[in-house]
Design a protein around this ligand. Sequence first.
Ligand code: SAH
Ligand code: SF4
Ligand code: F3S
Length: 475
Amino acid sequence: MQNQLLDTTAKTIAPKTKNIYIESYGCAMNFADSEVVATILSENGYTNTTNEEDADIILINTCSIRENAEQRIRHRLIHLRANKKRNNELVIGILGCMAERLKKNLLEEEKLVDIVAGPDSYRDLPKLLNEVDEGNKSINVILSLEETYAEINPTRLNSNGVTAFVSIMRGCDNMCTFCVVPFTRGRERSRDAESIVKEVQELSNLGYKEVTLLGQNVDSYLWFGGGPKKEFVNLTKDEQNSSINFAKLLEMVALVDETMRVRFSTSHPKDISDEVLFTIAKYRNICKYVHLPAQSGNSRILDLMNRNYTREWYIGKVNRIREIMPDCGISCDIISGFCTETEEEHQDTLSLIELSNFDFSYMYNYSERPGTLAARKYPDDVPEEVKGRRLKEIIATQNAVSRKKNNEREGKTFRVLVEGTSKKSANDLRGRNDENMVVIFPKENYKPGDYVDVIIEKSSTTSLVGKAIGKAEKP
Ligand code: SAH
Ligand code: SF4
Ligand code: F3S
């Protein structure tokens, strides 16, 4: 009797599935990839958890862009290894760019993890996890010419329910000499346009109000039926006629839902075309904002970086954007102290920031990455303290421009998409305007997902503070 009872219980309770906790570092593409990983694993019987304590398996999706990004992850892995000593069953996996860069070193020499999976191997994760169950370490770091995870519908992790990332391409062929991305993410390839539009439609059905289309160089998006990247001129006539470039894709996405905002990142100054700019201008729901990394304001340094544009070309692009869309937000990435950079060349970067009137910039010290063209060809010869001092000057110059621009926004009204509560005060909401500036205002009866017209009363270097004057239906 007793046995029978136990037997029935065993039949009715499903076996406990393993809990997976995914932690992401690095750029938006990594966060988007983690959502693809979550789907692949949940379709294979694993459960995603947002609580690290509940995890049977911890996956860290990593970034290699600068030395300090990798250092941070290494510390985290060392900390996790200590947890593993307490719980021998805990499985730790490393995904993403650092997995691709360091490959089996992480398993063998450093013995930090059980699984190493590069950015193109996520469909293989269930198999890799099984291998670990059998007592082995497992690794897949094969890069692909075709993988885009096109048909996998990402599981939105830590979502605010308002904004979502949609990956439109993978890899990068640009070979900027400082950059590790072409080595960690492989060759450029575009995702099927139809699957992108379908994903955006599903987000719209779920009530999302903003999508950001992601790629390392969105302006070179080109869908012609799949496979490794080809230039437009190398397509057959039929492929050319049915191909979809970035401008066309933007339009297709904008037409999905006129109440949904469309953003994109990142644009490369050498590739952003008038066709793209006119498409942004044409649709009210495509945000008037371009992230246009310059990296340096000096043509000799830009040449050493293999950016394929000059200072003058860059300034020409900024002027063109503002000619077509006078109020367009523009932001930038800058690297301080690249190989052989002189004081005068650094001054060119400061003057580029002033001339271009960037709304904000992401600014970094140059960090030599093993295996990149710069590491092989050029000396990392700007001393750390000089890089640091130049970076401070770059930040001070950008902050002065940001402060001035935000000051000019006082008294103006902006349409803001509310994303959530302000970090500083539960009585305030936080959102962004079209140009991607953060706007804070008192909550009243507004909520995340609302479009609210806000009149700006105060400003700082990084945000605008105002008061709601009414709700709107669309961007
Ligand atoms: N695809 C994007 C940038 C991706 S990496 C583009 O082309 O603009 C994001 C930023 O990190 C870069 O724009 C650059 O400013 C910075 N970065 C990349 N490699 C770096 C390095 N080795 N040292 C310091 N900063 C770096
Ligand atoms: Fe790196 Fe250049 Fe590609 Fe950007 S465009 S990811 S900086 S190689
Ligand atoms: Fe980092 Fe890889 Fe993105 S190196 S910035 S996570 S593409």
